[in-house]
Design a protein around this ligand. Structure first.
Ligand SMILES: [Zn+2]
Length: 421
């Protein structure tokens, strides 16, 4: 399948579109990217130690000094033999912040919480470098497997792989996406992260703080990490600075992908592919199908309800044939809309009633096939006694609607207002 990524970077907003065979299937939006600091790694200088608050102020080069609490520093500075300490209540053996950091001391720290208002950022010395399948924990020394992987045999398999890959005195967490991944892919990820960590350490050793060592570039970098792999044929970007950043990133993680990156000369990259129209479409309730049928998507607090209708479609042979065709056409569009709208949680689909069990099974098989294209985990539970198809889709980020829209102040999001009478 021909897969393509478009990145449209602008000062106020960055958008990333993923297309399959020329059709928009995923959209990511980030506003004010420079405001996003979580995950950034700095070399900081301890300014004040506040024993009364069990915290320290650390200058990391931001407007306000960052805040380092004792519990965010002590776990990895106590030395070896610490495994048992996590079983004790923190209070019992919590050391004093004064014994851990000194004024003027330089520390490598990562932002855990954004600065809010007058409060500085909250930082930690427990660094974490997320990769595609693994998270490298340079300050820890253990292996963790994502709790979301529930299959015991799979957890064992991943644990075995992780044990072989674990660098000395560096921790590894296996992320949920690693479920079913081959050992080679995890090994490559480990290499990338180690390289990134070594480069970061080299910078830290040869410079003095305060200094930004590693910037989690948010959207674009996340897309590179989580989406841009060998199955993407082309990546177009509209900004020279972002292009340079991407090439820098690929230099570290995967040089073979560099020749797939193109600078698009058009300022409005998305216009060329009619992406904006597709986004507008993805915010509407009603989506027309090619054959004249349509689906209606209602996102509610509890679940998302999707209704399938025949509409104008009058089939060729007989009614059962028409119904099955419309339902199958709807399935393809529903699978795409779930990705595009990034709908998570419980999803209930009301297909047009089908008389035979055979047709129902055929439809479920098509649904299963279409959902395979989705990187987000989905689960089909089957058909309820009332004839609805029940499924779930993992919630990873906000839905497109909650990213781009706010609740209507007139109807409170209900979509209805009192009639004139
Ligand atoms: Zn309204």
């Amino acid at each position: 399948m021909y897969r393509e990524i478009l990145i449209q970077a602008a000062e106020e907003e960055t958008k990333v579109a993923v297309l399959e065979e020329g059709q928009l299937v995923e959209i990511y939006v980030e506003r004010e990217p420079d405001q996003r600091l979580v995950g950034n790694i700095y070399k900081g200088v301890v300014k004040n130690v506040l024993p009364g608050m069990q915290a320290a102020f650390v200058d990391i080069g931001l407007e306000k000094n960052a805040f380092l609490y004792v519990e965010d520093v002590w776990t990895n500075l106590l030395g070896p033999g610490g495994e048992s300490r996590t079983e004790h209540p923190a209070e019992a053996i919590r050391p004093n912040i004064r014994d851990l950091v000194k004024e003027g001391q330089e520390l490598v720290v990562q932002i855990a919480k954004e600065p809010v208002g007058t409060k500085g950022a909250r930082i930690t010395t427990n660094l974490a470098l997320p990769g595609r399948y693994l998270v490298l924990l340079p300050m820890a020394d253990y292996i963790g497997i994502s709790r979301r992987i529930t299959d015991e045999a799979e957890r064992e398999r991943l644990k075995d792989i992780a044990e072989q890959l674990k660098p000395e005195k560096i921790g590894l967490i296996v992320r949920t996406v690693a479920e079913g991944a081959c050992p080679e892919a995890l090994g490559q990820d480990r290499q990338k992260l180690l390289k990134m960590w070594e480069r970061l350490m080299l910078r830290a050793e040869n410079t003095s703080g305060p200094l930004l060592l590693h910037q989690d570039l948010g959207l674009v970098q996340r897309v590179l990490r989580d989406v841009f792999s060998g199955d993407i044929q082309k990546l177009s970007v509209n900004a020279r600075s972002v292009m340079a950043m991407i090439i820098d990133y690929l230099d570290i993680v995967d040089e073979s992908l560099k020749n797939r990156v193109f600078l698009s000369d058009t300022a409005k990259l998305f216009a060329k592919y009619a992406v904006e129209q597709e986004i507008a479409q993805a915010l509407k309730r009603k989506v027309w199908l090619k054959n004249g049928g349509y689906i209606v998507i209602d996102e509610t607090e509890a679940l998302t309800a999707i209704d399938v209708n025949t509409g104008k479609f009058i089939g060729s042979k007989d009614l059962a044939d028409t119904v099955l065709k419309t339902n199958c056409e709807a399935v393809r569009e529903i699978a795409r809309q779930l990705r595009l709208r990034n709908i998570g949680g419980i999803i209930i689909i009301d297909f047009i009633d089908m008389d035979t069990e055979n047709d129902r099974q055929k439809l479920l098989a098509v649904l299963e096939e279409e959902l395979k294209k989705d990187k987000v985990k989905t689960h089909i539970l089957g058909i309820t006694s009332l004839g609805f198809v029940e499924m779930t889709r993992k919630k990873v980020r906000q839905s497109l609607s909650s990213t781009l829209e706010k609740c209507c102040p007139y109807c409170g999001g209900k979509g209805r207002v009192l009639s004139e009478q």
